[in-house]
Design a protein around this ligand. Structure first.
Ligand SMILES: *Cc1c(COP(=O)(O)O)cnc(C)c1O
Length: 368
């Protein structure tokens, strides 16, 4: 018996290359794009292990948990690491980056997370790219949570290594991911004796075995279903229009922020300044005495399909994430999430105004 997931014709090299070109267009880049056959942590680790080595100094900008992970990999590679950490309820500024670079002229690698779904903030990559460029360091950006949700202009912003995954705003699969690689980044990795080679983490292997051969033969069997899903989500974004998809996420974030504020009950936007809030997801701070994980569990008991989750680790006590991305970048998902949180807060003995939240959402994101 045939099955929609099984018995498929093999994914050809030509199809694989065409999907790479689609990703390149999405990222507004003329650089090489490599589609890695694993979740986005694969190219993120590959980029760091390819770019960092003993003798190099990295500026690691920490605005959330992913930045902390990058710091650990950078140290593991033997690089000197300068951590620039800002509170998770804010964003880093280009001025702070510029200061760190001038205090440490030896910095030759900068890692930054564009938007953090885990903390709900977003960083000004365009301005940061300018100061990193002026300094001459290699610039790596984790854009997993920003791609599809907000502008991402790899070439215009001078990003040397830009990693994306499709599982957030793109509404696609989690099992493959992509990275754009500038000529400078290829040179850095080629000159790094420690860069992964003959390894699943290796970007250089893809260059040698796929790109330099004219993209005619795949180095190994691709993750076919995930590649087809990636192609499908890219096609859907092209059909809807990238601007439309981004506008939907921006509206969802604005509506969630306004609605949560109007809801009351002690719930507040976690990211203090709206300009620093990521379009991909809205984080909320629970009032003292209300455990975020318990509140979310209560809200989800009524409707497990809502895009709500408590913050990770220590944040699980005080942070709620409204993951209004992909199929959940809708007014209804935002409204239903706030209504469920309002009801759960009321059960916890707090005064909430769900009608006011509804009005605020409708006002912020009018139905057209
Ligand atoms: C979501 C995300 C990733 C990928 O991690 P998963 O939790 O496996 O989806 C990487 N970087 C950032 C900034 C993310 O938000």
């Amino acid at each position: 018996m045939t099955h929609p997931f099984l018995d498929l014709a093999p994914l050809t090299a030509a199809r694989f290359a065409a999907i790479e070109r689609r990703v390149a267009a999405l990222l507004a880049t003329g650089q090489d794009v490599v589609i890695m056959q694993g979740e986005a942590l694969l190219p993120l680790e590959g980029c760091i292990r390819g770019g960092a080595r003993p003798g190099s100094t990295a500026l690691n900008i920490v605005t959330g948990p992913y930045g902390q992970t990058f710091g650990n990999w950078l140290r593991d590679c033997g690089a000197e690491v300068v951590d620039l950490a800002v509170p998770f309820h804010s964003a880093v500024t280009a001025g702070q980056v510029e200061r760190a670079l001038s205090e440490h002229p030896e910095i030759d690698f900068v890692s930054l997370v564009h938007a953090e779904a885990a903390t709900g903030n977003t960083n000004p990559v365009a301005e940061i790219g300018e100061v990193v460029r002026a300094h001459g360091a290699l610039f790596m950006v984790d854009a997993v949570a920003s791609v599809g949700a907000e502008p991402l202009l790899v070439d215009a912003w001078g990003v040397d290594l830009c990693v994306i995954g499709a599982q957030k705003a793109m509404g696609g699969p989690a099992g493959v991911s992509a990275v754009s690689v500038s000529p400078r980044a290829w040179e850095r990795m080629a000159a790094n004796p420690q860069a992964p080679r003959q390894s699943y983490l290796s970007l250089l292997d893809w260059k040698a075995r796929w790109i330099d051969g004219g993209r005619r033969a795949l180095p190994h069997a691709p993750a076919q279903l995930e590649m087809l899903a990636l192609d499908a989500c890219l096609e859907r974004i092209e059909t809807d229009g990238l601007d439309t998809v981004m506008a939907r996420h921006a509206s969802a974030a604005a509506a969630a922020r306004a609605g949560a504020t109007a809801l009351g009950g002690g719930l507040e936007p976690y990211v203090l300044d709206a300009a620093d809030a990521a379009p991909v997801a809205t984080t909320l701070r629970t009032p003292v005495g209300v455990d975020a994980a318990e509140l979310v569990a209560d809200a989800l008991a009524a409707d497990p399909s809502l895009p709500l989750i408590a913050g990770g680790g220590a944040l699980s006590k005080e942070m709620i994430r409204v993951n209004h991305y992909g199929v959940d970048a809708t007014r209804d998902a935002v409204l239903s999430s706030l209504a469920a949180l309002g009801a759960a807060l009321a059960r916890a003995g707090r005064d909430t105004d769900v009608a006011a939240a509804r009005d605020a959402v409708a006002e912020t994101w009018p139905s057209s």
